[in-house]
Design a protein around this ligand. Sequence first.
Ligand SMILES: [Zn+2]
Length: 115
Amino acid sequence: MTHRQAIQARERLLKRLPSTGEVLRGSLIERTTRHTSGCPKCAHGEGHPQSVLTISYPGGRTRQFSIPADLVPQVRRWLRNYHKLKEAIEAICELNHVLLRPDSPVRKTRSVPRD
Ligand SMILES: [Zn+2]
């Protein structure tokens, strides 16, 4: 790949980027909370479904947020945006490796001698 091709590919990736600050890192986990006593729902084995956003940090630290049901679609969208951005950034970094090497010559089609 030539420098020119790498830059063109990078431009294409940049155009596809979601231009938004609506990003979230983490995973959305569904879990069921169950009370041991005094709750009719849990006594019937239903429990309380809950969505929890879990974010891990370097060093093994994590944070958790309980997400209200009406915000779950929004959280999923923000998580998707984050992944799209992250994938694009990774791809751009890979393309930039090309620019750190000497430019490779454009391959020419073999010329046929006329004589
Ligand atoms: Zn309960």
